[in-house]
Design a protein around this ligand. Structure first.
Ligand code: ZN
Length: 91
């Protein structure tokens, strides 16, 4: 599968993975609800593409809005956008 520069989010357990520009997974958030269902049935993923480099504050806001648009609640979207920007800062 081709997940470069993508965020995947499980709508069931909320596990969130950022796939960097080489397609390597980096865990942004560990699933904390319904994990046993996911272990049995697999995660139910939604995904969004992200830039390979970021983030100015405006870009961060766009990413947060994008995450909300695909169905992530505002609190999670805000937290994930911040974690993503830290991932970029550390790279
Ligand atoms: Zn899951």
């Amino acid at each position: 599968m081709n997940w470069e520069n993508t965020i995947t989010y499980c709508t069931r357990c909320k596990s969130t993975i950022y796939w960097d520009d080489s397609g390597s997974p980096q865990l942004l958030q560990l699933g904390n609800t319904n994990v046993f269902t996911c272990m049995e049935a697999g995660c139910r993923l939604i995904s969004m593409e992200v830039p390979s480099r970021c983030c100015e504050m405006e870009e961060l806001d766009l990413i947060r809005l994008g995450l909300q648009n695909i169905g992530i609640d505002e609190q999670d979207a805000r937290m994930l956008a911040v974690k993503l920007s830290r991932t970029f800062a550390a790279a």
